[in-house]
Ligand binder design. Sequence first.
Ligand code: NAI
Length: 333
Amino acid sequence: MTKVTLLKGDGIGPEISEAVIKVLDYAGADIDWDCQIAGAEAVEKYNTALPENTVNSIRRNKTALKAPITTPIGKGFRSVNVQLRKELNLFANVRPCKNIPNIKTRFDNVDIVVVRENTEDLYAGIEKQIDDNTAQSIKIITRDASLRISEYAFDYAVKNNRIEVCAVTKANICKLSDGLFLQCARETAEKYPQIKYREMLVDNCCMQLVQNPGQFDVLLLPNLYGDIVSDLTAGLVGGLGIAKSVNTGKDCAVFEAVHGSAPDIKGLDKANPTALLLSAVDMLKYIGQNTTAYKIEKALYKTLSDNIKTADIGGNARCSEFVRAIIENLEKN
Ligand code: NAI
């Protein structure tokens, strides 16, 4: 039995994590969940958004499944997600975006992996109020972090039989910071002659992505552009309800959906659990439970091909109905 840290999050987090645990249990996943808390619940209980117990649990177990956690906007505690990535040195955020069988979208040839630097850039949160009418936010880009993420992206490309890495920046404007990131990507590219390398400015990249996404393979981006562009790529294959991700470093991996806590649909049985479920499927593969992972994938795709879908991807099933159908398909196997 593998011990995995579980963070049920808030907003739709508890609904979708319970749905996912149900499916994993039915499929026979051999997991001992180590439940921990973070975010508003933790502030109330321990007066900190990211308790030491939670961080230590992930350090110990090395693998976590995390549902979304709300970050107060413009005030309140710092993003737990950002803190967690920093604390555990989860320097790479990998967001694969590929068409899912039976989810019809504008394009049917999308197979893009967004590799996003996860520890610095404007996410460093170094902000200052200069005066009542002026605020300053500092963008940090370092050589070490840029080389580390570039190497991760090229290494990923090699290990996963990808053809090309495209570095995406705004180096024409942020000449020093994005310029440094680009320089590191170029240096790394030279060490991987078997992988094609190209560069694109982020604004052009967004336009090209919505016109001709089939041209892209692995995208390598600094933190903020990576965050924004990966929501765009999620939209290309059916939206946030199906977009999976992993935050990974040298020692630990935290699997989570790309989407947030969706407070607008909290408690309405409307949330699509697919993004967290697909993240959990990747987690099962990561801990070596491949058979269970493929069984779940098959049941999920069968459910979608039976046209049982939640509203965000054009169906009318409630979250609970969708999960019941996946479990029925698991039972039939
Ligand atoms: P969001 O991703 O929560 O929601 C954006 C839109 O997508 C909403 O209309 C929502 O209903 C819909 N949506 C998202 N997930 C869905 C699902 N599984 N099924 C069906 N519809 C879904 O983004 P928003 O509203 O900007 O952020 C809400 C909160 O989540 C904020 O506090 C933000 O900081 C936090 N957040 C947390 C993340 C994490 O924990 N990794 C990531 C992104 C945001």
